[in-house]
Ligand binder design. Structure first.
Ligand code: HDE
Length: 703
C-alpha cells in the first residue's frame, strides 16, 4: 500500500479570536497559510493526513488524541435546527434613522437624523427543515437584530402582515399540522396536505392569512424583493412615558416581486439554494439590498374607532386608512463570515426590546415573549447564548448573573450579588440599576386591569374572521386573484380527505362567493353552503396597496435583476455585446448561457466565456432572456431539449424574450407567440424591465 505524503504545515488555520463585549464580531483568521495547524489545546500538529497506527497496515491506537479530538468535535457539529424557520439566510448591515423621533420614542436608534445602528437580519422559510429548498410556497421570516446603544432590539417579523392564529396556545397545533405528517415524514416544506388543511378548515381565524399564503406573496422572486412586517401592534414610548401604538413595515427599495408557481417549482429543481445564493451574490457584488422602515402610528382613540381589534394579529390596518410613515432605512452590506457561527447561532427573541419600545397585549405576541428565550436554551445549549458574538450586545453590558454552561466571560472580584458595599472597601462593587435611564414597562390603562379576573377567553372583538380576508382578495389585481384561486385548487387537490375540502370551501363562501365557486369548479366539486360565522361579514373598502401585480411596489426596472443571454457558436458578436451593455447600463446583471461552459466562438472568431452551461442554467433562474443565435447555432439547438425548454419556460413565465432574427425557428418550436414582450435583440433591455401578465391566459388555464 502506498504511503501518503505528509505535508509539514497546515493550511489556513482559521484561528479565531474571541470578541469582547461591544467588540467587532468579525472572526479574525490567524496568520493565514503560514500559521501552524494545532489541536484545540494549541499543540502543533505534524500530520493531518494519517491516523496513528500500530505498524504501516496495523490497527489504530486509542492513544491517537489528535484523531480523537478531531472526530469528537466533528461528531457534535450539528445542533438542533429551529423547529420553525429552520432554513434561513442572513446578512449584516446598518439601520439609518431619517429623523429625530424623540417626540414618540426615547429609543436611542431613533434619536437623531442620520444615526446608524448595526443590524443582523435573517430571512427564512417556515415549514421546511434546514436542508429544504428555498422556493416552496411558504411565509418568509424577516427577523432584524438592532445592536442599539441601549441593548439589542429584535424585531422578529414575517413577509406577511397577519398571522394564522390569534392566541399563542394554538401555535404548536398549527405547526404540527403544517409540518411533515407524523406517521409518514412527508411532505417536506409544503402546506398542500391533509393535516394542514384539516386545521385550516376547523380554525376560521386562519382564513385571512390563508388568503395571503395562497397569494403570490409566498412565492417571492428573491429575498430582496419581499416586504417585512412586525405584525403585532407594538408601543413606542417617549421620555415622558407617553405611549403610541405602532405597526412596523419594511418596504423593499428593490420593489416587490414574485414568481409563478410553475417557476417556483422548477427553480427548486434547478437551484435549491436560489434565494440564498441570490442574497449572497448581490451583497458580494456590492448591490446592497435596502428596505425602508415605516410605522403606522396611532392612539387608543383611533384603535377604538376601528371595526376590529388592533390586538388581533389576524388583522391589518389598511395603509389607505392610516399611511405608513417612513422613519429610516436598512442596508444589508456584509455577508456573514461563517454560516454556522452567525446565521445558525443567531438567537432572536421578541422579548429583546429597548427603552422606548414596548409590547401590546396582543395574545400572540405575549406567548412569543416566553417561547423564544426557551427555544434558544434547547438549540444553543446554554443560558450564556447571549455571549456568542452574533448575539452579544455591541454596547457595554454587565450584571450579577454568573456561571452556567460555556461561560465565556471571566468576571473579576467578589461582587456577584447586589446590594453590596464592597466599593467602600476599595473593591469593585459592580453595576447598579438606573431608575432614570433604565427600561420601565408602560403602565397600561386602568380599564385593562379592570377587565381582570383570570380568564381563558377569546374576546368578542376577535370574532370576525372573514371581512379582512374578503378585503384582501378583492384588493388584488385580477392576475393575482387567479393565482390565488389556482393555488387553493392546487393545495386542496392534494388533500385526500373530501370532508376537509368541503369544509374549506364552505369557509371560502364567506370570503367571496365567486372565489369559492372558482375553487369548487377547479376541484370539480359541488359548492357547499357558507359555514356559520361568529360575526357578520363586512364589506370594507379595498386596499390597492396590498397588490404586488400592478401595485405600488412593483417596479419596472432592470436594477437588481439577472438576465440570461443564450449564445452558441456563430452568434453575432456585436449583437451580444450590445445586449450585455444595455442590460448592464440599466443596472441589471447579464449572465451568459452557452451549450458549453467554456463558451462559444462568436462571429468575430473570438471565444466568449459562459457564466453557466445551458443544461444547468434554465431560464427560471432569470428575470428575462435574450436568445442570440446564428442560423447554424439555432439549427443545432433545435435538437437540444434544454434550449427549447429555456425559451418555452421564459414565455410561459411571462418574461420578456429578446432574440436575433436567426433564432426565430427556436421560438417557433417553443410555441412562442408574438406579443409586446417578444422583441428584437436591440429592444431587449427596454422590454426586460417587467413581466407580461396579459400573456398569461394564452399559456395557462387558471381557476
Ligand atoms: Fe416564531 N418562533 N413563533 N413567529 N418566528 C421561532 O424561535 C413562536 C410567530 C418568527 O431567523 C422560534 O429561534 C410562537 C409570529 C421568525 O431565527 C420559536 C409563536 C411571527 C422566526 C418560535 C410564533 C414569527 C421565528 C423557532 C406563536 C411573525 C425565525 C426558533 C405565539 C411576527 C427567527 C427560534 C430566526 C422563530 C415560536 C409566531 C416569526 C419556536 C410560540 C406571529 C421570523 O421560538
Amino acid at each position: 500500500m502506498a504511503k501518503n505524503s505528509t505535508p509539514k504545515s497546515g493550511a489556513n488555520s482559521g484561528i479565531a479570536t474571541q470578541a469582547g463585549n461591544g467588540g467587532e464580531t468579525h472572526q479574525q483568521a490567524g496568520a493565514g497559510d503560514t500559521a501552524v495547524l494545532t489541536t484545540n489545546q494549541g499543540m502543533p500538529i505534524s500530520d493531518n493526513q494519517n491516523q496513528l497506527k500500530s505498524g504501516a497496515r496495523g490497527p489504530v491506537l486509542l492513544e491517537d488524541f489528535v484523531l480523537r479530538e478531531k472526530i469528537f468535535h466533528f461528531d457534535h457539529e450539528r445542533i438542533p435546527e429551529r423547529i420553525v424557520h429552520a432554513r434561513g439566510s442572513a446578512a449584516h448591515g446598518y439601520f439609518e434613522a431619517y429623523e429625530d423621533l424623540s417626540e414618540i420614542t426615547r429609543a436611542d436608534l431613533f434619536s437623531e437624523k442620520g444615526k446608524r445602528t448595526p443590524v443582523f437580519t435573517r430571512f427564512s422559510t417556515v415549514a421546511g427543515g434546514a436542508g429544504s429548498v428555498d422556493t416552496p410556497r411558504d411565509v418568509r421570516g424577516f427577523a432584524v437584530k438592532f445592536y442599539t446603544q441601549e441593548g439589542n432590539w429584535d424585531l422578529v417579523g414575517n413577509n406577511i402582515p397577519v398571522f394564522f392564529i390569534q392566541d399563542a396556545i394554538k401555535f404548536p397545533d398549527l405547526i404540527h399540522a403544517v409540518k411533515m405528517e407524523a406517521d409518514r415524514g412527508y411532505p417536506q416544506a409544503a402546506s398542500a396536505h391533509d393535516t394542514f388543511w384539516d386545521f385550516v378548515g376547523l380554525m376560521p381565524e386562519t382564513t385571512h392569512m390563508i388568503m395571503w399564503a395562497m397569494s403570490d406573496r409566498t412565492i417571492p422572486r428573491t429575498l430582496r424583493h419581499i416586504q417585512g412586517f412586525g405584525i403585532h401592534t407594538f408601543r413606542l414610548v417617549n421620555a415622558e412615558g407617553k405611549s403610541t401604538f405602532v405597526k412596523f413595515h419594511w418596504k423593499p427599495k428593490q420593489g416587490l416581486g414574485s414568481t409563478l408557481w410553475d417557476e417556483a417549482v422548477k427553480i427548486a429543481g434547478a437551484d435549491p439554494d436560489f434565494q440564498r445564493r441570490d442574497l449572497f451574490e448581490a451583497i458580494a457584488s456590492g448591490d446592497f439590498p435596502e428596505w425602508e422602515l415605516g410605522i403606522q402610528a396611532f392612539d387608543e382613540e383611533f384603535a377604538d374607532s376601528l371595526p376590529y381589534d388592533v390586538l388581533d394579529s389576524t388583522k391589518i390596518i389598511p395603509e389607505e386608512l392610516l399611511p405608513v410613515r417612513p422613519i429610516g432605512r436598512m442596508v444589508l452590506d456584509r455577508n456573514p463570515d461563517n454560516f454556522f457561527a452567525e446565521t445558525e447561532q443567531v438567537a432572536y427573541c421578541p422579548s429583546n426590546i429597548v427603552p422606548g419600545v414596548d409590547f401590546s397585549n396582543d395574545p400572540l405576541l405575549q406567548g412569543r415573549l416566553f417561547s423564544y428565550l426557551d427555544t434558544q436554551l434547547k438549540r444553543l445549549g446554554s443560558t450564556n447564548f447571549h455571549q456568542i458574538p452574533v448575539n452579544a450586545p455591541k454596547c457595554p453590558f454587565g450584571n450579577f448573573q454568573r456561571d452556567g454552561h460555556m461561560q465565556m466571560q471571566v468576571p473579576q472580584g467578589r461582587a456577584n450579588y447586589e446590594p453590596n458595599s464592597l466599593a467602600q472597601a476599595g473593591e469593585e462593587g459592580g453595576p447598579r440599576e438606573s431608575p432614570s435611564a433604565g427600561f420601565t414597562s408602560f403602565a397600561g390603562r386602568a380599564e385593562q386591569e379592570e377587565q381582570g379576573g383570570k380568564l381563558r377567553i377569546r374576546p368578542e372583538s376577535f370574532a370576525d374572521h372573514y371581512s379582512q380576508a374578503r378585503m384582501f382578495f378583492r384588493s388584488l389585481d385580477p392576475a393575482e386573484q387567479s393565482h390565488l384561486a389556482s393555488a387553493v385548487v392546487f393545495e386542496l387537490s392534494k388533500v385526500s380527505l373530501e370532508h376537509v375540502r368541503t369544509r374549506v370551501l364552505a369557509n371560502l363562501v364567506n370570503v367571496d362567493p365567486e372565489l369559492a365557486a372558482r375553487v369548487a369548479d377547479g376541484l370539480a366539486m359541488p359548492l357547499p353552503k357558507a359555514s356559520a360565522t361568529a360575526a357578520p361579514v363586512q364589506d370594507f373598502d379595498v386596499s390597492p396597496a396590498l397588490r404586488i401585480v400592478r401595485g405600488p411596489l412593483e417596479l419596472d426596472t432592470l436594477e437588481g435583476k439577472k438576465f440570461g443571454i443564450l449564445i452558441a457558436d456563430g452568434s453575432d458578436a456585436a449583437e451580444v455585446k450590445a445586449v450585455v451593455a444595455a442590460v448592464s447600463k440599466g443596472g441589471g446583471t447579464p449572465f451568459i448561457v452557452a451549450p458549453k461552459v467554456g463558451g462559444a466562438k462568436l462571429s468575430d472568431g473570438k471565444v466568449m466565456a459562459a457564466d453557466g452551461q445551458l443544461a444547468g442554467s434554465p431560464s427560471v433562474l432569470f428575470d428575462a432572456v435574450a436568445v442570440l443565435l446564428s442560423e447554424d447555432g439555432c439549427n443545432t439547438l433545435l435538437k437540444e431539449g434544454a434550449a427549447v425548454q429555456f425559451v418555452m419556460d421564459a414565455f410561459g413565465h411571462l418574461k420578456a424574450i429578446g432574440h436575433s432574427e436567426a433564432a426565430q425557428p427556436l421560438l417557433d418550436k417553443a410555441g412562442v407567440e408574438a406579443d409586446e414582450g417578444v422583441v428584437d435583440a436591440a429592444k431587449f433591455a427596454d422590454a426586460a424591465v417587467k413581466r407580461y401578465w396579459d400573456r398569461e391566459p394564452k399559456v395557462r388555464i387558471l381557476a
